[in-house]
Unconditional design. Structure first.
Length: 407
């Protein structure tokens, strides 16, 4: 399957992918922090600038992103105390920072003395139905609470006396299922790895074992990291996720080659060069991890004699690589926050959402393969296989190199 033509195509796709920015996660999301002390409410609202660029569709053209955000929040972010809307003590102050985020500061005063606080947030949902907003709320001296706003859940109620939300454990569970499902569908690096796994075998039972191995692996580290038992470097983990895609896709394209020693040597040499550059410029991966990657890459590619052996070992490999991806999931979950009163429920819901997303992606991939197999395109299955593998290698190279070098 691997010839000069595929070598040329691979080089072309690598150059194309390096020429354009590819972000593995493009979730539409925003964040806020609410500090409520008696009648005074201070809100800090943060959103990526790319989301604010969508607002002229509903707010009309304005000269700056910070003005757009201020006008939008004036209409779409409200807080009530016992059914009475709280007024703003000053104009919304917004600014655009150097990290491509737009931030707004809002101050409310709630004159009513009722015990119930209701937050209504429908910001950005008019321009992005899949938008997710993550809010952290602290009432007086109580602990921080986390709340999630989606297009179907735009309100959250809290007690001023207890500082807690009235959200049930089941509602938390459902919210985090949605988050996990949304994350895996927007996590293109995780999807790329799933597709690389499917290239190793087309037998359903073996495919199921491999997906199960991946699930087992990432469930373990997702739980350990989310509960605070293990805290690896997030930047290094993101780089290693790119490595897993590269290695599995490279294996899929070279597994039937007779001279596997040469292919193993080429890939290992490239990783040695990358390691040297990364260590020289102060990249994200430490020297011991690089040594482990180099040894693993060389012997992994040599010891696999044929596709049958690769299929047998694939569930074990997906468990190992699943451990790495689990840390990636945990990084996102720690950024979003888990509710203190529903830590385990939120974690289980997020993991279930990830699994449901994986199942959906695999079923869609199998359905496409089945349908294509019924058409005249089936005669080009070898070309499609090679092309898919090369695209995945190119993506793996892009994410691995870019993240390892910190660029």
């Amino acid at each position: 399957m691997y010839n000069k033509f595929t070598h040329t195509l691979l080089a072309f796709f690598v150059l194309v992918l390096i020429s354009f920015p590819i972000n593995a996660h493009q979730l539409s999301r925003s964040f806020s922090k609410w500090e409520i002390n008696d009648k005074n409410v201070e809100v800090s609202f943060t959103v990526p600038a790319r989301q604010v660029t969508l607002l002229p569709a509903v707010e009309g053209p304005l000269s700056s992103l910070d003005e757009l955000l201020a006008r939008h929040l004036e209409k779409h972010l409200k807080i009530y105390n016992s059914n009475d809307e709280c007024g703003k003590s000053s104009e919304i102050q917004s600014s655009y920072d150097d990290n491509d985020y737009v931030r707004a500061q809002i101050n409310f005063i709630c004159e009513n003395n009722g015990d119930e606080i209701l937050i209504k947030n429908n910001s950005f949902f008019p321009v992005s139905i899949g938008h997710v907003h993550f809010a952290r709320i602290k009432i007086n001296d109580s602990d921080w609470q986390e709340s999630i706003f989606t297009s179907s859940r735009q309100e959250a109620t809290f007690s001023l006396s207890t500082g807690k939300s009235d959200q049930s454990k089941f509602e938390i569970f459902v919210d985090y299922i949605y988050l996990g499902f949304d994350h895996i569908l927007e996590g293109y690096d995780h999807l790329a790895f799933l597709l690389a796994i499917l290239l190793i075998t087309f037998q359903f039972r073996k495919m199921l074992l491999s997906i199960t191995g991946f699930t087992l692996g990432h469930s373990i580290t997702l739980a350990l990291a989310s509960l605070g038992y293990v805290q690896p470097s997030g930047e290094a983990i993101e780089a290693l996720i790119g490595f897993t895609i590269l290695l599995v896709a490279y294996e899929a394209l070279t597994i039937e080659e007779k001279n596997r020693y040469s292919f193993a040597s080429i890939l290992t040499l490239l990783i040695i060069i990358l390691a040297a550059v990364s260590l020289f410029i102060g990249g994200t991966i430490n020297i011991m991890t690089w040594i482990g990657l180099i040894i693993f890459t060389f012997f992994y590619n040599i010891l696999l004699e044929d596709r049958e052996q690769a299929e047998k070992l694939n569930p074990l490999i997906t468990i190992i690589f699943g451990l790495i991806h689990g840390f990636g999931f945990a990084g996102v979950l720690s950024e979003l926050g888990l509710p203190k009163d529903g830590l385990v429920v939120g974690l289980l819901g997020f993991n279930l959402g990830v699994e449901l997303g994986q199942i959906l992606v695999v079923l869609i991939a199998l359905a496409i393969l089945f349908l294509l197999g019924k058409t005249y395109l089936s005669r080009y299955k070898g070309f499609v296989y090679d092309l898919t593998g090369m695209l995945l290698i190119a993506l793996g190279v892009y994410w691995f190199v870019g993240r390892a070098l910190g660029i």
